[in-house]
Design a protein around this ligand. Structure first.
Ligand SMILES: N[C@@H](CCC(=O)N[C@@H](CS)C(=O)NCC(=O)O)C(=O)O
Length: 212
């Protein structure tokens, strides 16, 4: 079974899915969607993804979008293959769900905004970063990472004591924080630093981010 992933290899959301695919040891084919040419807004692509963003996964004619939902789908379908990315024991599952929610509520909302301001805006010709917004988002992220430090002082990973999708979800935007000169946010706190170094050195992520 070869999955089709519609997207671009450099896209953060696609990288989230590809890292999951590597962890599970699955086969995939990347079907290129060129954002610069606006292919994600074409009528045929909007049939696959009504919101006109990437990625979409195709599994033998079945289509699913939203990167985190795709990762969970693949984990559910291939539970016993490769790395187990969502625990089954009730309390471990509860902690995983908590960690997954932490990522969207306290990390992604700020980190993706920062990367948009400092990197994507320029790449897309939308002009200079709004420095007031950058300041606000980095202060918010910094405060939230103080909370990560408290969490990670008591458990090894953000979703409990095993590596899970909750950790993996952080990788693409965590990586780009370094590209925009804000990697110190992840390195200045000892428990966050140890966690970041552990998760970002996984072979799956190294392969997807091209740092093998
Ligand atoms: N929540 C969505 C976000 C998808 C998303 O925003 N994808 C970006 C690339 S990482 C995109 O297609 N951007 C193009 C656009 O917004 O026009 C997911 O996780 O899949």
């Amino acid at each position: 079974m070869v999955y089709k992933i519609y997207g671009a290899a450099q896209s953060t959301c696609v990288q989230r899915v590809l890292t999951t695919i590597k962890e599970k040891g699955l086969e995939f084919e990347l079907v290129p969607v060129d954002l610069m040419k606006g292919e994600h807004k074409s009528p045929s692509y909007l049939e696959k993804h009504p919101f006109g963003v990437i990625p979409v996964l195709e599994d033998d004619g079945f289509l699913i979008y939203e990167s985190r939902a795709i990762c969970r789908y693949l984990e559910a379908k291939h539970k016993s293959k490769g790395t187990e990315l969502i625990p089954t024991e009730l309390k471990a599952l509860g902690l995983f769900e908590q960690g997954a929610s932490i990522e969207t509520a306290y990390f992604d909302s700020n980190a993706s905004g920062l990367v948009f301001e400092k990197l994507f805006k320029g790449m897309m010709g939308y002009g200079a970063a709004d420095e007031a917004r950058v300041k606000q988002l980095s202060e918010k992220l910094s405060l939230n990472l103080d909370a990560y430090e408290r969490v990670l002082a008591k458990q090894e990973f953000i979703g409990g004591n095993q590596f899970t999708l909750a950790d993996l979800y952080h990788l693409p935007y965590g990586n780009l924080l370094f590209a925009i000169g804000l990697g110190n946010l992840l390195l200045d706190r000892p428990h966050v630093k140890a966690w970041w170094e552990k998760i970002s050195s996984r072979p799956s992520w190294k392969a997807v981010s091209g740092q093998h």
